[in-house]
Design a protein around this ligand. Sequence first.
Ligand SMILES: [Zn+2]
Length: 371
Amino acid sequence: MHPESSIYCAALRQPTTLSSRPSIIFSGRQLITSLTPPCQIFSGSKPLCRSNRATWGEKGDLASNSRLLGFSCRLPLPQDQILETDSHFTSYLAQWSASFGTPPDPMHSKHSFWDQPGIMEDRSTIQASLVDQSQMACYLASVAPHSGDCLLALPIANCGLRLEDEAVLVAVGMQLGLTLCVPHKCHCGSDVDAQGRHAIVCKKAPGRVARLQVLNDIILRAINAADVPAVKEPLGLNRQYGKRPNGLSLIPWQSGRPLLWYVTATSTLAGSYVDTTTTGAGLVADQAADRKTAKYANLRAQYVFQPVSVENLCPLSSSTLDFLRDLGRRISHISGDDREVLFLFQRISVAIQRFNSVLLHNSFSINRLDH
Ligand SMILES: [Zn+2]
């Protein structure tokens, strides 16, 4: 388990984690510096924990689930013998049966089968503890599809997939509504609260532009990896139509029309959005995508317009999810690796979380003394 995963495991397991709990930050820091080995979260080639659904078990649970999965996959082995010789396995199976009913015979070979009842139970516990809108918005964002994919990314620095310690702390803190800083004045003059919410929406933060550029680079590289030549910020459309899309494919993408895309990012916890984000994950991203689609409606005859709309707590708009899945499949067709779509979601998730930390830093006014 790499450290980022450890933190989320440790943090999200707590039933009252959405209240202020700075100890999670400290335990996260300890987990990072103690370099927990990666083998505990993996069984075979697939990670045991497949999402951040506020549900991951402790290491003991993971180990037991791994055993259940492993044993049920080894069908030639006599299971009676295993049951007799492995006391930990039998005790865990008895515990699972007591909580969730009689296990199937033969035992299920998918890990998700064993995890799902515990996941639903933990989700109910956490949901029942939520007391205000921002907590509900954080919770819904954390269970949105692919919002926790940064946890599954291998922390390879050369590929831009390693989140710095501070970025992990900010990611965890924002997801759980923890105190991230001392309330202070942003350099734009607005107040930044202890959760750093203004920092994410500050229009004068240079990180906002950089975040869009990085996300746009990820999309461009992915489209190129699908063997489709494309360019950023195509010339001519601005002069001809008054539009400034982020990129254009140079060959047809669908139905004989080239792809035109635009990247946009919104804040899940912005004051004007929080009423929407408490009703469903990704709705703010959907609204932003709809606005961009309407803006580019006059180009639909010539181009396939695709908004790439993300929220800072990582939910994506529904059309973005469909587009990225399609793009991942196209890359897989070229590379032969079925995991391309997962890698694509992971890269985007890591980039979003990294820039939450950058934006928080942008809100600090740092006075450097001249020597
Ligand atoms: Zn500001």
